[in-house]
Design a protein around this ligand. Structure first.
Ligand code: G5P
Ligand code: MG
Length: 243
């Protein structure tokens, strides 16, 4: 039986899912899959033409709305099927209870990391965000600026701002998060695999997430890929103090 680790990272827009994911990839070699990055890659298909579904998704994203569950589930499960032999970290999916149910039907998840960040700091963070679309690397003009303005540190390629990072779109995204994504945490709490991390700064939260994932990796006994289920792991407190 292969020893695979499957985890999910969730949190409101700008909470640092991408930032923390890249540190987890660096330290633990997990394969990172961001549902937002998958969508953006489908929409900006280099020379190729985006599919009808991708164009449909683009309309929802630009308004700060969620892409419909059936499309999203199909897209993400398809991507996951290509990495079924790897340990992975799924970022930004599931974002509704219906998506969570669809994921659970297909796969057994070891842990769900929830980032709890006060909403008032998020809009400002997103105004200063610049991204490298090809790698998903994320910068912030104030917090972690690129070495050369407007260029990715590793490749030197141009950085871009996301269309949905305008303040009014961010507000819509935050509202939907409260309405549609918060209920997902009840679902995972009941399964006993939810772990909360709260704080205002990624660098405060990060050591706790690191310790938690290290713990989970050494205590996950692995499962064959596909439909295996094992008892929920024990909960451990690594909660960041607010303020
Ligand atoms: P995405 O792409 O998943 P969101 O809204 O969930 O988008 P986002 O915006 O990508 O999440 P993040 O990854 O949580 O945020 O945050 P990040 O990029 O790491 O950090 C944000 C900024 O803050 C960066 O500039 C970073 O450098 C900076 N930063 C980090 N930490 C700190 C700190 O401590 N201090 C400071 N000052 N700055 C910091 O989804 C996009 C859209 O796709 C669709 C939806 O339309 C969605 O709106 N979509 C889905 N639709 C349906 N179902 C799904 N499952 C979907 N997934 C995506
Ligand atoms: Mg992200």
């Amino acid at each position: 039986m292969s020893k695979l680790f499957r985890s999910v990272i969730l949190g409101p827009p700008g909470s640092g899912k991408g930032t923390i994911s890249s540190r987890l990839v660096r330290d633990f070699g997990l394969t990172h899959l961001s549902s937002g990055d998958i969508l953006r890659a489908q929409i900006n298909k280099g020379a190729g033409k985006p599919s009808e579904a991708a164009l449909q998704a683009k309309g929802f994203m630009e308004k700060g709305q969620l892409v419909p569950d059936n499309l999203m589930v199909r897209l993400v499960l398809n991507e996951l099927s290509h990495i079924s032999e790897q340990s992975w970290l799924l970022d930004g999916f599931p974002r509704t209870v219906s998506q969570a149910q669809a994921l659970t039907q297909e796969l057994s998840i070891d842990s769900v990391i929830r980032l709890i960040i006060p909403f008032d700091v998020l809009t400002k963070r997103l105004e200063g965000r610049w991204v490298h679309p090809a790698s998903g690397r994320v910068y912030n003009l104030e917090w972690n600026p690129p070495k050369v303005e407007g260029k990715d540190d590793d490749t030197g390629e141009a950085l871009v701002q996301r269309d949905d990072d305008k303040p009014e779109t961010v507000r819509a995204r935050l509202q939907l998060y409260t309405k549609l994504t918060e209920p997902v945490f009840g679902f995972y709490k009941n399964l006993g695999i939810l772990q909360d991390f709260s704080g205002t700064e990624t660098n405060q939260i990060w050591p706790h997430v690191h310790r938690y994932v290290q713990f989970k990796l050494t205590h996950t006994h692995g499962h064959a890929h596909g439909h295996s289920h094992h008892p929920p792991p024990q909960q451990h407190e690594h909660k960041e103090q607010q303020g």
